[in-house]
Design a protein around this ligand. Structure first.
Ligand SMILES: Nc1ncnc2c1ncn2[C@@H]1O[C@H](COP(=O)(O)OP(=O)(O)O)[C@@H](O)[C@H]1O
Ligand SMILES: [Mg+2]
Length: 232
């Protein structure tokens, strides 16, 4: 890819789920461009295919048809092992439910993705501590997920998503289970990461307010993109 402004491109993405004899066409030919350093907000009703699209763009689920180009590479041309490496290095994910491992402390959860990358555990631990401090959890590093509030768990998830300095963070309704105070805090944190660190964001959220000042709003319905509003 020659255009430096484009980080990721989804080309004619289709996803069919087979359940028993039925075939469910969940994504019906999606074309989407994710620009470097920008905030992209995906909105649409429940069942529209937003999570499915995010997983495919983020290297977590192979499309039935179509391509995802990340930094000029066709993601799904790689085998699973290689794909996992690329994903781990370039992509951060924040889910609606934090997906932290309950047996591990906040610090260990944040360190986990770095261990695959062959960084020394001392370095990883230092970095994880710094990130947890940045998200305001310096006094919670040894807590297990069940000893943290919902907002704190999501902040650990943000730190985990950042450990390998990804180019892009995908966040799937990251504030879906938070009260409005914690939602605002988490969204401001993500916005700061974009504003200060230039990280590209792709967020599925019902809180469209955040995209109103910066970025695109991508409207999805029934497996298709209805339109993109540019609010820059
Ligand atoms: N693994 C799966 N197997 C079968 N159907 C699925 C699977 N994942 C999602 N779906 C279906 O695909 C549709 C879109 O789901 P999803 O992408 O989660 O939508 P959204 O995130 O917009 O609410 C839904 O009807 C859902 O039931
Ligand atoms: Mg969803």
């Amino acid at each position: 890819m020659t255009d430096n402004g484009i980080l990721l491109k989804g080309i004619n993405i289709k996803r069919v789920f087979k359940t028993g004899k039925e075939k469910l066409k969940v994504l019906k030919g999606i074309d989407i461009t994710i620009e470097r350093g920008m905030i992209h907000t995906i909105v649409g009703p429940s069942g529209a295919g937003k999570s499915t699209l995010l997983h495919i763009l983020g290297g977590l689920d192979r499309p039935t048809e179509g391509k995802v180009m990340l930094d000029g590479n066709s993601l799904y041309d790689f085998r699973d092992e290689e794909l996992a490496k690329i994903r781990n290095k370039k992509i951060g994910f924040i889910f609606q439910f934090h997906h932290l491992l309950s047996e591990f402390s906040a610090l260990e959860n944040v360190m986990l993705p770095s261990s695959i990358d062959g960084i020394s555990s001392k370095k990883a631990s230092e970095k994880a501590k710094n990130l947890l401090t940045e998200v305001g959890l310096s006094d919670r590093i040894d807590h297990k997920p069940n000893e943290l509030s919902g907002g704190e768990k999501q902040r650990v998830a943000v730190a985990r998503a950042l450990i390998n300095n990804p180019s892009v963070i995908f966040a799937d309704e990251p504030t879906g289970n938070l009260d409005s105070k914690n939602s605002d805090m988490l969204l401001s944190m993500l916005l700061e990461l974009n504003r200060k660190g230039g990280i590209t964001l792709v967020i599925v959220t019902h809180n469209v307010g955040i995209a109103n000042r910066i970025g695109n709003i991508i409207r999805m319905e029934d497996g298709k993109i209805l339109g993109v509003e540019n609010d820059v």
